[in-house]
Design a protein around this ligand. Structure first.
Ligand code: ADP
Ligand code: MG
Length: 242
């Protein structure tokens, strides 16, 4: 089957320093890819290139078989690729429902009635229906992050990207967010996840991609990767989590 997203030879530099040095990656329908690697190896940059937040310097990007060049209709593609960040980035002056509905109403021009019905269903799914009128400051970090996930899902994305979404949370809130992501994976959502939660990574991944210094150093089946990584760098990386 044709991949949803195909990256070939992706390169990206900041201030003359090459951060992505030729990345090839395919993301297939329903696949959960977990991206691991040491701090600074280019994971966030790769995710940002994956949804066009960051234009690559060279390489090709195909979405469902169509190549997207610079100046291409990224706006449309970006709507199909939801992203959630380490910092929840909810709008502080909007309540939960208005945060969620902003994209569906303003960008997608859907009716309030229809979008709100979907938002209600999603809020129920993450156990936060009661918070629909709350403001972000009235929510815990874990609750805000679950709302950020709902906000992305309410755009009906075909792919979801998660960049260390539990890294800024107190430990007791990590699980409630990971469980939402596990639920999405079980329902067949296509996802690329950057995380340092190794137990979760092993449980959720269909494929592990290990990055080092701007390239994919190894990629493969999670059971094999965690049992016996092929590269010295990945072995050293995993040793930190023992
Ligand atoms: P990771 O997410 O794996 O920790 P990043 O993709 O955030 O790595 O960063 C990779 C490298 O690129 C780092 O050296 C970082 O400082 C640099 N970098 C990332 N974004 C920018 C930017 N907008 N401007 C300049 N340098 C950046
Ligand atoms: Mg990062």
């Amino acid at each position: 089957m044709e991949p949803i997203i195909e990256l070939q030879g992706l390169r990206k530099s900041f201030d003359g320093q090459e951060v992505l040095r030729g990345v090839d990656l395919d993301v297939h329908q329903g696949e959960v890819i977990v991206i691991l690697g040491p701090s600074g190896c280019g994971k966030s940059t790769l995710l940002r290139c994956l949804n066009g937040l960051e234009p690559a310097d060279s390489g090709t990007f195909r979405f469902r078989g169509s190549e997207l060049a610079r100046g291409a209709p990224w706006r449309e593609v970006r709507q199909k690729i939801g992203m959630v960040f380490q910092r929840y980035e909810l709008f502080p002056h909007l309540n939960v429902m208005d945060n969620i509905l902003l994209g569906p109403l303003k960008v997608q021009r859907r009716t309030r009635e229809e979008a709100e019905a979907q938002a209600e269903r999603l809020l129920e799914r993450v156990g936060l229906s009661a918070k629909r009128h709350a403001f972000p400051r009235q929510l815990s970090g874990g609750q805000q992050q679950r709302i950020a996930i709902v906000r992305a899902l309410c755009m009906n994305p075909e792919v979801m990207l998660f960049d260390e979404v539990t890294a800024a949370l107190d430990p007791e809130m990590v699980k409630e967010v990971l469980e939402v992501m596990l639920g999405l994976a079980r329902q067949g959502m296509t996802m690329a996840i950057v995380t340092h939660e190794m137990g979760f990574a092993r449980a959720v991944a269909d494929r592990v991609v290990f990055m080092d210094e701007g390239v994919i150093a190894e990629a493969g089946d999670p059971a094999a990767f965690f049992a016996k990584p092929q590269t010295e760098r990945a072995r050293r990386f995993l040793d930190q989590f023992l």
